[in-house]
Structures are given as C-alpha cells and as structure tokens.
Design a protein around this ligand. Structure first.
Ligand SMILES: *[C@@H]1O[C@H](CO)[C@@H](O)[C@H](O)[C@H]1NC(C)=O
Ligand SMILES: *[C@@H]1O[C@H](CO)[C@@H](O)[C@H](O)[C@H]1NC(C)=O
Length: 354
C-alpha cells in the first residue's frame, strides 16, 4: 500500500515536472499576427514560460512573428497530417495539451520541430522584407562557392542566421531551465525537445534555395548574381514529416558524472536532422485521452497505405454512401465588379470508418 502510494506520488510529481512545462505552450498566443505587441501583452495567457516573458518584453517588434509562427505551425501540422489517424487537431488545445502532445511521443517531436522551424521562417522573412530594421536586415554573403566562377553572390540573401538565433533563444528558453534540475525524467525530456527544436531549424536551413539572375549583354547571361532564399514553408514541413515517419526512439542514460544523455535504441545513430522520441505512441485507433479515435473519419477506399480505409479504420471496416453537395458553378464576371454564380448540386461518394 505504502509503495503504491509512493509510486503514485512520484508519478504525480513527474507529471508536474515533465507535464507542466511544455516548450510548445506558446502555441496558445492569443494576439493575431497583424497586431503589434505592447509590453502589457507579454502575459501568462499566451502560454509563455520562464525566459519567454523577458524575450517578449525586450523584443516587442518581433512578437508578431511569434504569433505568425504559431498560426503557421497549426495550419501546416493539420494539413500535413490530414490523412493520418493522428491528424493534429489536438494542437488547438494549447496551452493545456493532452497526452499525445504532453508525453515524449513522435507527435510531440514533430510539433516541436515544426514550431521551432516556423519561428526561424517567419522571423527570417521579416528581416528580408525590412520589417525589423532595428534588429536585422539582409543575410551575410554565403561562404560556399557557386558552381560557375563567373557567378557572384549579390542581392539580399535571407538572414537565416538571425532567424535561427532568435528561434533558439525563444524555444530553448524553456528547456534550459529544466536541464538544471537533476530530475532525470525532466532532464531527458528537455534533451529530447532541444534535439527536435534543432532538427526543425536545420530543416529550414536545408531547404534554402539558391536563386540566380542573369546579367550581361542583352540576355547573354554571362554574369549571374545569386542569393539565398527560403523555400515555401510547406516544403520545410514535408521534410519534417519524413523525419516524423522515420522517428528514432531513444532511451535516457546517465554517465558516471551524473550527466543525462540520450541514446538511440538498437545501436542506431542520429544527427541534428533527425527527430527523436522517448515514448512510444498509441496507434490512435480508439478514443482515449488525447485521441478521438477514427470512428467516422473519412478514408479513401481506392488507395493503399496512409489514408486508405484499412489503415484509417484499423481493420474495423468502413461504409460507403453518397452525399449531395451544393457548390458554386458556371460563374461569370459581371461588369463591374463582381462574379455571379449558379448553385449546382453534385453527388459525391464518401467512405467513413465504422
Ligand atoms: C495588448 O495590449 C494592448 C495595450 O495595452 C491592449 O489594448 C490589448 O487589449 C492587448 N491585447 C491582448 C490580446 O491582450
Ligand atoms: C481529424 O480527426 C478528427 C477526429 O479524429 C475529426 O473530427 C476531424 O474532422 C479530422 N480533421 C480532418 C481535417 O480530417
């Protein structure tokens, strides 16, 4: 009885240490990205923790890009995983997440990486278009050589270094604090989050494109000037989804100096591009805390793999029926200035899980 009680108490404590301090609580930011932040806005309602209040008060002009990053993260997470059993709807619960995003799952790994990438992305973009003149401008000329010696670096390269630095400061601010405590579960969780945040930032860097423009006598294109530009955020997210599908499971270890570190299972290795998870995920088939199950989810009976009915319905089977939808059709432009459409009815076939 005593042991049981003690276990419960330890579990409760772990939950408080590990659970309360999610590094992604800030996805709850309540101010839309088209509004400037005031000092009084840097408050608890946005899910900030630890160093994030100070960063907020010191970097007010940048905060709207934190709002933008939160919006991008939620939108892109849902869009990337729309055909999966776990489809990211619970991200909207921020700052009080369920177990799927509270624990060290691969879903957590993906959301941490995506949100940290989103901060890099939106801050970097703001620098390039001159919205943060006090803080940053164009990036430095890249050190790498271009393919052709007649080509030169020139123009305004995106200032990813600034975006990376800001994202690291903002997203890792929460984790550093947890590392200080010697509580092993909290420390290993912090290590996991730091790795996944880093993988997110690396993905933005890896997706940078080199764009070149021609110069020279009437289109001869003898000289080119080139600069580095962000790809679409969707491409960054697609890369991270691949890492999510190849998640590396890690276990927590302690060395002789009592320092905590993580080690991949079964002798695997990982680098700064990989996503890692400490906890196994459920299959998200049935309803439980943090999962809505897949009953009633739409599935595609004519594919295999993710999104197919056998996958989505977890073998419970599906039913197919027709539904009449109304949509706008035969639209025409009416001078001046609107579009007039008719309403058409169309019958579509839908399959949903039982
Ligand atoms: C942000 O601060 C301004 C000025 O203090 C205030 O008017 C506004 O309501 C605040 N917005 C939010 C969402 O807290
Ligand atoms: C995501 O899943 C939930 C429940 O599992 C469902 O209600 C919702 O419609 C799904 N979202 C999309 C975009 O399919």
């Amino acid at each position: 009885m005593y042991i049981l009680f003690r276990t419960a108490a330890v579990l409760l404590l772990l939950n408080i240490l590990v659970g309360k301090l999610h590094g992604i609580r800030w996805l709850a930011v309540k101010i839309p990205s088209d509004v400037e932040w005031q000092k009084t806005n840097c408050s608890k309602v946005h899910g900030f923790i630890g160093g994030q209040y100070k960063i907020c008060r010191r970097s007010l002009p940048i905060m709207r890009y934190i709002s933008e990053a939160a919006e991008m993260t939620k939108k892109e997470c849902k869009s990337q995983l729309q055909n999966r059993r776990w489809n990211c709807t619970t991200i909207s619960q921020a700052p009080s997440f369920y177990n799927d995003l509270k624990r060290g799952t691969k879903e957590s790994a993906f959301v941490y990486a995506l949100s940290s990438a989103a901060v890099v992305y939106s801050v970097t973009q703001a620098c390039s278009i001159g919205r943060l003149k006090e803080n940053c401008g164009c990036g430095r000329t890249p050190k790498t050589k271009l393919k052709n010696k007649d080509w030169l670096w020139g123009g305004c390269s995106d200032n990813i270094a600034y975006g990376v630095r800001f994202s690291k400061k903002f997203t890792d601010a929460v984790e550093k604090k947890r590392m200080d405590g010697q509580e092993p579960a909290a420390a290993s969780r912090a290590l996991m989050n730091i790795q996944n945040n880093e993988a997110g930032r690396t993905a933005v860097r890896d997706k940078l494109a080199t764009i070149c423009r021609c110069h020279g006598v009437s289109g001869s294109c003898q000289k080119k000037t080139c600069f580095r530009r962000l790809s679409e955020f969707k491409d960054v997210a697609t890369l991270l989804k691949k890492k999510y599908d190849n998640i590396i499971t890690v276990v927590s270890k302690t060395n002789c100096r009592q320092n905590h570190y993580l080690k991949a299972k079964r002798g695997k290795k990982y680098n700064s591009r990989d996503l890692i998870a400490l906890d196994a995920s459920p299959n998200y088939c049935k309803v439980s805390r943090g999962t809505y199950g897949t009953v009633g989810r739409e599935c595609n009976p004519s594919t295999t793999g993710k999104g197919s009915c056998p996958y989505m319905c977890c073998g419970r089977g599906h039913r197919t029926f027709t539904r009449v939808v109304e949509e706008r059709c035969e639209c025409e432009y009416v001078w001046c200035c609107y579009v007039r459409c008719k309403k058409c009815k169309r019958t579509i076939t839908v399959s949903t899980c039982q």
